[in-house]
Design a protein. Structure first.
Length: 285
C-alpha cells in the first residue's frame, strides 16, 4: 500500500494513476470530501486528511510501504514561511510517528540551499526535517513546470506573453507534471536503499519559443514582453497576488536568474514530454 498526498493536484494525481496502472494499492489523502468517491471509483482508497493534522496524517500512512508528499503552495495564507513550517512539522512528525520506511517528496531545484530562493526555502526545510526522521527520503527536484504556461493563457488570449526574467531567449529545462508523476511512482515502487536527491530534467525551451508554440496553438501572434526586475513584484500584485506572495515569487525569479536553481542533486533523471503536448492539453481543458 502506498499513500499519496495532494492527489487532487497535477503531480499527485499522475502519481496515483501510474501506481494504479502498475497494480499497486493506493491510499490517497485529499482535503475535499467531494473528491473521495471519484478516487474510490478509480480503484484507490480515499481519505480526507489535512496535512497540517499530524495525528490524521500518521493514521493515514501507518502500515504503508511508502508516501508521496509535497509542500502545498497556498496563496491564501498570511505568511508562506509560517505555513510551510507548520505543514513540515506535521508531516515530518507523522512520518516519525508511523515509522513509514520511504518517502518520495516533490521538491525543487535550489532546495539544497537554505534561503534566497523564495518559496523553495520551505522545501529545503521540509527535506531536512524528513531526513531527520530516519525514513529513506527520495527528493525529486524539478525545474520549471511546463504547466506554468496555464497561468499565462488569459494574457496570451489577449496577445501578450509576459516574461519574468532578464531575457526571453535563455534555454530552460521544463518538466511536464505527468512525467513527474511517473517518476514519483517508479521511485515509490523501487526505492533506493538510502536517501537521495534526483534532479528531474525535461526538454529545454526559451520563453520566446514557448510563446511561439502557445501562439500557434491559439492561432495568434503573441507579443513577448520581458519585464524588468523592479516590475516583477508590482506586476504580480496587480495580477491579484498578495504582497508577501508577490515578493516571495520575485525572490524565486531572482534566484533563477543567479543560477541558484541549477541541478545539484545526486543524479539526474531525464523525461521527454514535449511542451506542445502540455499546451494542447491546457487549452483543451
Amino acid at each position: 500500500m502506498y499513500a499519496v498526498a495532494g492527489a487532487t493536484g497535477r503531480v499527485g494525481s499522475a502519481t496515483t494513476r501510474h501506481l494504479l496502472a502498475e497494480g499497486a494499492e493506493v491510499r490517497v489523502l485529499v482535503r475535499n470530501p467531494e473528491r473521495v468517491e471519484e478516487w474510490n471509483r478509480q480503484g484507490a482508497e480515499a481519505r480526507v486528511v489535512d496535512l497540517g493534522d499530524r495525528a490524521a496524517v500518521r493514521e493515514a500512512i501507518t502500515g504503508c510501504d511508502g508516501l508521496f508528499v509535497l509542500l502545498p503552495f497556498d496563496l491564501t495564507v498570511d505568511d508562506l514561511d509560517t505555513y510551510a513550517d507548520a505543514v513540515t512539522r506535521s508531516v515530518a512528525g507523522a512520518v516519525a510517528d508511523s515509522g513509514i520506511p520511504h518517502v518520495v517528496m516533490l521538491s525543487s531545484g535550489g532546495a539544497d540551499l537554505p534561503g534566497g530562493t523564495g518559496p523553495i526555502a520551505g522545501m529545503h526545510r521540509m527535506e531536512e526535517a524528513l531526513r531527520a526522521t530516519g525514513t529513506v527520503l527520495t527528493a525529486l527536484r524539478s525545474g520549471h513546470f511546463q504547466e506554468k504556461v496555464g497561468d499565462l493563457l488569459a494574457a496570451a488570449r489577449e496577445g501578450v506573453y509576459p516574461v519574468f526574467a532578464s531575457s526571453a531567449d535563455v534555454l530552460v529545462p521544463m518538466v511536464a507534471t505527468r512525467d513527474l508523476g511517473a517518476t514519483a511512482a517508479r521511485a515509490l515502487l523501487s526505492p533506493d536503499a538510502t536517501s537521495t536527491s534526483i534532479d528531474v530534467r525535461g526538454p529545454a525551451y526559451s520563453e520566446r519559443e514557448v510563446a511561439g508554440i502557445l501562439g500557434a496553438a491559439l492561432e495568434r501572434d503573441l507579443d513577448v514582453i520581458v519585464l524588468p526586475e523592479d516590475a516583477w513584484a508590482p506586476s504580480l500584485i496587480d495580477a491579484g497576488f498578495r504582497p508577501h506572495v508577490a515578493e516571495s515569487l520575485a525572490e524565486l525569479y531572482r534566484a533563477d536568474e543567479r543560477g541558484l536553481l541549477a541541478p545539484r542533486g545526486d543524479r539526474v533523471v531525464g523525461v521527454d514530454t514535449p511542451i506542445e503536448a502540455t499546451i494542447a492539453a491546457l487549452i483543451a481543458a
